[in-house]
Design a protein. Structure first.
Length: 339
């Protein structure tokens, strides 16, 4: 009997610290499932696209986040986030924001794969959340080229200082060769207090290829809430080796009435072709949306997007790409749930 009691006491002493550690250092499981049913088509251009139906994933994800209090105001954190497509088996592990870092009064420093500061700052004013056929990459953020989640990055995020915050990012040049030294770097400055959000963001891509030695983007904008109305706008400029400056402007408005939200977003992008080109690109994107918020975690969305391209432009409706001089448009209905 005494041997059994001793064994139980030892087992209890061994298990107790583990249980306490799990309580003091929680592991959080989280995720999002977001799917739309879309009817899309494109008129004009050399190869018009006939109307078709698509069941489209909109960045559904599953993640696990871990934190540990190291004492003295210092914490360690780690995160693994995986995207998955509910409509098709296309999953690879930890392809989304994943990394490890330290947090304290100085801010946060982390390493891994993570959204770049340019992306984080700009999509904050997109009423469609960087997703769907009406999202920001249809015409802005260089069609997603400056909407990146880069691997092999080191990032620093400052604490909030009277509404101001800074993000810095550098991607290690792991692909360096005798002739190319490819890497990306970026930064953002944001101000968020009360109804006002404002930002400036910069990003540079070095040695993208032997012919594209450098491309860089600058973006400035913000949003403001006036009662039930939220308005937002941004202006962008992209410079690439051998091309004219690409210029983008985007403006939007959201009206909220209880659980109902009505959204409109307009984007214009022009230029960005070779300086010798006979015609420079020019496109307009108009997106209308209605969102019903069942709860804070679940909403349904109805949306219509119409794109107008000139002969040299290829703006798109979300992930629906149809080529130069075409006019893609689409209608979608969807449902999103986060946990």
């Amino acid at each position: 009997m005494n041997k059994k009691l001793i064994a139980l006491a030892v087992a209890g002493a061994t298990c107790a610290p583990l249980a306490m550690a799990q309580t003091a250092n929680p592991v959080t499981l989280y995720g999002r499932v977001y799917v739309t049913l879309e009817s899309v088509k494109a008129g004009g251009g050399a190869t018009p696209a006939p109307q078709r139906l698509r069941v489209q994933d909109n960045a559904s994800l599953l993640g696990v986040r871990m934190t540990e209090d190291l004492g003295g105001g210092l914490k360690a954190f780690a995160q693994l986030e995986t995207g998955f497509a509910p409509d098709a088996p296309q999953t690879s592990f930890a392809t989304r924001n994943s990394g490890i870092g330290l947090q304290g009064g100085f801010g946060t420093i982390m390493m891994g794969r993570w959204d770049m500061p340019f992306k984080v700052a700009t999509i904050a004013i997109d009423p469609f959340g960087d997703l769907t056929i009406g999202g920001i990459t249809s015409g802005a953020n260089d069609f997603g080229n400056f909407d990146r989640r880069d691997p092999n990055v080191v990032q620093y995020w400052s604490p909030n200082m009277a509404g101001f915050a800074v993000r810095l990012a550098y991607q290690a040049n792991e692909g360096k060769t005798a002739t190319l030294d490819p890497y990306n770097q970026g930064a953002s400055l944001t101000y968020s207090k009360g109804p006002l959000y404002a930002f400036y963001a910069y990003e540079e891509h070095k040695d993208v290829s032997a012919t594209l030695r450098k491309e860089e983007g600058n973006s400035v904008g913000g949003s403001y809430v006036i009662g039930p109305v939220k308005v937002g706008a941004l202006a962008q400029e992209f410079k690439k080796t051998g091309l004219t400056k690409k210029k983008t402007m985007m403006a939007n408005a959201t009206y909220t009435a209880g659980k109902h939200q009505f959204m409109y977003q307009y984007t214009n992008t022009k230029d960005g072709a070779a300086s010798t080109a006979a015609t420079q690109p020019d496109c307009d994107v108009n997106a209308l949306g209605y969102q019903y918020n069942f709860t804070k975690r679940t909403f349904s969305l109805v949306q219509y997007t119409k794109v107008k391209n000139n002969a040299a432009s290829a703006c798109r409706a979300g992930s629906f790409v149809s080529g130069n001089d075409s006019d893609p448009e689409g209608f979608s209905v969807g449902l999103r749930h986060v946990f």
